[in-house]
Ligand binder design. Structure first.
Ligand SMILES: NC(=O)c1ccc[n+]([C@@H]2O[C@H](COP(=O)([O-])OP(=O)(O)OC[C@H]3O[C@@H](n4cnc5c(N)ncnc54)[C@H](O)[C@@H]3O)[C@@H](O)[C@H]2O)c1
Ligand SMILES: [Zn+2]
Ligand SMILES: [Zn+2]
Length: 368
C-alpha cells in the first residue's frame, strides 16, 4: 500500500514528507494505522546526525498510538480494531530477560531493530523498489506502519490516542523510573533533576508512590510550574549550588531518592551527591553524549549511596503501558498538561523547531 511518511534523507536537513510503499505484515507482524505520534529528542538526535549509530534513509518517529488494521500470520494477541501504543522497547515474554522481573530489556529482536530491520532481517518500507529502513522498530512519522506484535501494547479503546501516545516513551520512562527502578517508598523525600517529559513523569511517579516531599530542579520557571502540577512539593532553580541547597533542605543529609532526567553528566553527578548516606538511591534516566562519563567520588558509594540506570523506566511495555493508560483514564495521571502543540505530519520539522526552542513539553502529530 501507499503511505505518507516523514523521511530522514540527509542528516542535519529537514525531513521530507513523501509517499512510500508499505508491504503487508508478515508472520508475527501487524499493520497499524497511526492516529497520533509525539515528537521526541531521540528523533531529533538521529535527524541531526549526532547519533553515531544513525542511518538514512529511514522513517523516524517512535511515540505512536493507533489502531490495528491487519495482522500477519500467527499473531495471537492483537486483532483488527485494537488500539495500540508502539514500543521501541518490546516485550517478547519468552527471552531470558522478559522472564526475569529484574529487567525490561527484551533481547528478542534487538540486533535487527538496531540496524533498522524487522525481526526477519528485511524491511516493509520501500521507495521505487529501494528498501527504506525502519527506525527504533517503530517508524511512526507515517500514517501507517508495520511492526512486530511484541512491540505493541494493547490499550483501553476509551483512551484518546493523542494522549496515549506519550506513554510510548518519555512519560513511561519517568513514571517507571520512580515506580519500577527506584520503587520509591511512601513517605520518602525525592529529588528530580530536569522537568521535561521524563522528569515530569518521574515527579508523577514519585507522587503515585506516596512520596512526602518531591523537589523538582530545572532551569526553567515555566517547567517548574508544570512540575508543581504533577505533584512537586518544592522547586529549585538548577545550577552549581543545587547539591548544597538540597542537602540544606534535608537536615544536612540529602534525599532518599534522586532522579536525573537531563542527559547532562554534571547533573548526574549532582544526583549522586544529593542522595543521602546510608540508602540514598540515584536513578539515571538521561542519555549522555557520546564518550561522556559520569564522575563519582567513591566515598559517596562506600557511605551507602547507590546508583541505578533506567531504560524506558524498567517498563515491560505490553504489561505495564496499558496499566499506565488505565491510571490516566482513572484521573491519576494528568497527561493533558504535556501536550503543548498539535501538528500535522507535514509540520513535523516545526515539531523539531519547537523542541529546540524548548517551547512546550511535547508536540503531537495528529494523523486524523
Ligand atoms: N532512559 C530512557 O529510556 C530515556 C527515554 C526517553 C528520554 N531519555 C533521556 O532523558 C533525558 C530527558 O528527556 P526529556 O524529553 O525530558 O528532555 P527535555 O530536554 O525536555 O528536558 C530536560 C530538562 O532538563 C533541564 N535541565 C538542563 N540542565 C539542567 C540543570 N543543570 N539542572 C536542572 N535541570 C536542567 C532542562 O531545562 C529541561 O527542562 C534526555 O537525555 C533523553 O535523551 C531517556
Ligand atoms: Zn522518545
Ligand atoms: Zn523478550
Amino acid at each position: 500500500m501507499k503511505i505518507r511518511a516523514a523521511v530522514l534523507e540527509d542528516f542535519g536537513a529537514p525531513l521530507g514528507v513523501q509517499e512510500l510503499e508499505l508491504a503487508e505484515p508478515k508472520a508475527g507482524e501487524v499493520l497499524v494505522r497511526l492516529v497520533a505520534c509525539g515528537v521526541c529528542h531521540t528523533d531529533l538526535y538521529t535527524a541531526s546526525g549526532a547519533d553515531p549509530s544513525g542511518y538514512s534513509p529511514t522513517v523516524l518517529g517512535h511515540e505512536g498510538a493507533g489502531i490495528v488494521e491487519r495482522i500477519g500470520e500467527g499473531v495471537r494477541d492483537l486483532a483488527a480494531g485494537d488500539h495500540v501504543v508502539t514500543l521501541f522497547s518490546p516485550q517478547c515474554r519468552e527471552c531470558e530477560h522478559c522472564r526475569d522481573h529484574r529487567t525490561n530489556l527484551c533481547m528478542a529482536i534487538r540486533e535487527q531493530q538496531n540496524q533498522g530491520y524487522l525481526p526477519d532481517g528485511t524491511t516493509r518500507l520501500s521507495r521505487d523498489g529501494e528498501p527504506i529502513r525502519h527506525f527504533m522498530g517503530t517508524s511512526t512519522f507515517a500514517d501507517h506502519t508495520v511492526m512486530p506484535e511484541i512491540a505493541l501494547a494493547k490499550i483501553d479503546p476509551d483512551a484518546p490516542l493523542d494522549r496515549a501516545c506519550l506513554f510510548a516513551c518519555g512519560l513511561s520512562t519517568g513514571l517507571g523510573a520512580a515506580m519500577n527502578t527506584a520503587k520509591v517508598v511512601g513517605g520518602s523525600t525525592c529529588v528530580v533533576f530536569g522537568a521535561g517529559m521524563v522528569g515530569l513523569g518521574a515527579v508523577a511517579g514519585c507522587r503515585l508512590q506516596g512520596a512526602e516531599r518531591i523537589v523538582c530542579v530545572d532551569l526553567s520557571s515555566d517547567r517548574l510550574e508544570l512540575a508543581r502540577g504533577q505533584g512537586a512539593t518544592e522547586t529549585l532553580v538548577g545550577g552549581p549550588e543545587a547539591v548544597q541547597q538540597i542537602v540544606d533542605m534535608t537536615d544536612g543529609l540529602g534525599a532518599d531518592y534522586t532522579f536525573e532526567a537531563t542527559g547532562n553528566v554534571n547533573v548526574m553527578r549532582q544526583a549522586v551527591e544529593s542522595a543521602r548516606m546510608g540508602w540514598g538511591l540515584a536513578t539515571m534516566c538521561g542519555v549522555a553524549g557520546k564518550g561522556e562519563t559520569l564522575d563519582i567520588i567513591p566515598r559517596f558509594l562506600i557511605t551507602g549511596r547507590r546508583v541505578a540506570g533506567s531504560s524506558f523506566g524498567g517498563v515491560k511495555g505490553r504489561d505495564q503501558v496499558p496499566q499506565f493508560v488505565d491510571m490516566y483514564l482513572a484521573g491519576d495521571i494528568d497527561v493533558d498538561a504535556f501536550v503543548s502543540h498539535k501538528l500535522t505530519l507535514d509540520d513535523v520539522n516545526r515539531g523539531f523547531e519547537l523542541m529546540e526552542a524548548q517551547d512546550g513539553i511535547r508536540s503531537v502529530i495528529d494523523f486524523a
